[in-house]
Design a protein around this ligand. Structure first.
Ligand SMILES: Nc1ncnc2c1ncn2[C@@H]1O[C@H](COP(=O)(O)OP(=O)(O)OP(=O)(O)O)[C@@H](O)[C@H]1O
Ligand SMILES: [Mg+2]
Length: 236
C-alpha cells in the first residue's frame, strides 16, 4: 500500500458493548507530519491510536488514504505501514536480540542503531547484550526497560508511519530527551509520527496537536516550531 499525502479519519465512532468511547472524531494526518494526541486519562486516546494503527475497526465513519476509502481487504496492508508502540509493552520470554529483531532478518548495524534510538545504550555496554535472557513478560526488567525494548522493536521495522502511545511514561528525563530526539530524527527522515503523551515537552514542536475530551475532539492546534522547542528543551 502507498500513502502519498494524507490519511483522513472521518466521523469515526467506536465503542465497547453499548459504551461509545470515540464519538464522531474527524481529523487528518499528513505525510511527514508530527502529530500529538493529548487529553485527560480515559479520554479515548489509546483507543484512537488503535484505530489509527488499524487494530480496531471503526463502527461508524471512514478512513481515507489519499482520498480513497480504506476497505476491509486492505487493512492488513495498511497495518504494515505503521509501527505501533502500545501503552502496555509486550515482552517475549527470549533474549534481548529476539525481542527486538522479532523474527525479521538480523542486521547488526540496524540492531545497534535502534538500541541507541530507544535509549537502551546501557544494554549495549554490557558484554552479554546480544543474548541477555529476558524472563517471561520481562519480569526481570524495569517498566522503563520493557517500554524501551518494545520501542526498539518498533523502530527496527522501518515503517512509513510511527504511532507511539506514551513512549516516555516510565523513563527519566535524560532518556526522554533521547527518545524525543529519535522522534525528531524520524520526522527529519520524512517519516510520519503520531505521539500520544501527557507530557507537553514531548509534544511541543508538533505540526498538529489533537486534543480529545470524553471521546470527542475538543481542539486541534496547528503549528509549532521544532527548532525553538529543541533549544528550550535542552536548557537545564
Ligand atoms: N477493552 C475495553 N473494554 C471496555 N472499555 C474499554 C476498553 N478499553 C478501554 N475502555 C474504556 O474506554 C475509555 C477510554 O480508554 P483509553 O484507554 O482510550 O483512554 P486514554 O485516553 O488512553 O487514557 P490514559 O491517559 O489513561 O491512557 C475508558 O473509559 C476505558 O475504560
Ligand atoms: Mg491511554
Amino acid at each position: 500500500m502507498v500513502f502519498r499525502n494524507q490519511i483522513s479519519f472521518k466521523n469515526i465512532t467506536f465503542g465497547f458493548d453499548d459504551k461509545k468511547i470515540l464519538k464522531n472524531v474527524s481529523f487528518e494526518i499528513r505525510k511527514g507530519e508530527f502529530v500529538g494526541i493529548k487529553g485527560k486519562t480515559g479520554a479515548g486516546k489509546s483507543t484512537l491510536l488503535y484505530i489509527i494503527a488499524g487494530l480496531f475497526i471503526p463502527q461508524e465513519g471512514d478512513i481515507l488514504i489519499d482520498g480513497l476509502k480504506l476497505t476491509e481487504d486492505q487493512i492488513v496492508a495498511y497495518r504494515k505501514l505503521i509501527g505501533f508502540l502500545p501503552q502496555q509493552p509486550f515482552i517475549l520470554n527470549a533474549s534481548l536480540r529476539e525481542n527486538i529483531v522479532f523474527g525479521r532478518p538480523f542486521d547488526k548495524d540496524k540492531y545497534l542503531k535502534v538500541i541507541r534510538q530507544a535509549g537502551l545504550q546501557e544494554f549495549i555496554e554490557k558484554p552479554d547484550y546480544m543474548e541477555r535472557y529476558i524472563l517471561e513478560g520481562g519480569k526481570n526488567l524495569s517498566g522503563g526497560e520493557r517500554q524501551r525494548i518494545h520501542l526498539a522493536r518498533v523502530l527496527y521495522g522501518d515503517h512509513e508511519i510511527y504511532v507511539f502511545d506514551e513512549p516516555t511514561s516510565n523513563v527519566d528525563l535524560k532518556t526522554e530527551k533521547i527518545i524525543y530526539n529519535t522522534l525528531i530524527d524520524l520526522i527529519k527522515n520524512g517519516k510520519t509520527v503520531v505521539v500520544c503523551s501527557h507530557k507537553n515537552t514531548l509534544l511541543k514542536g508538533a505540526d498538529k496537536i489533537v486534543e480529545l475530551e470524553n471521546g470527542m475532539i475538543k481542539h486541534i492546534k496547528i503549528g509549532g516550531k521544532e527548532d525553538e522547542y529543541i533549544e528550550k528543551y535542552d536548557k537545564p
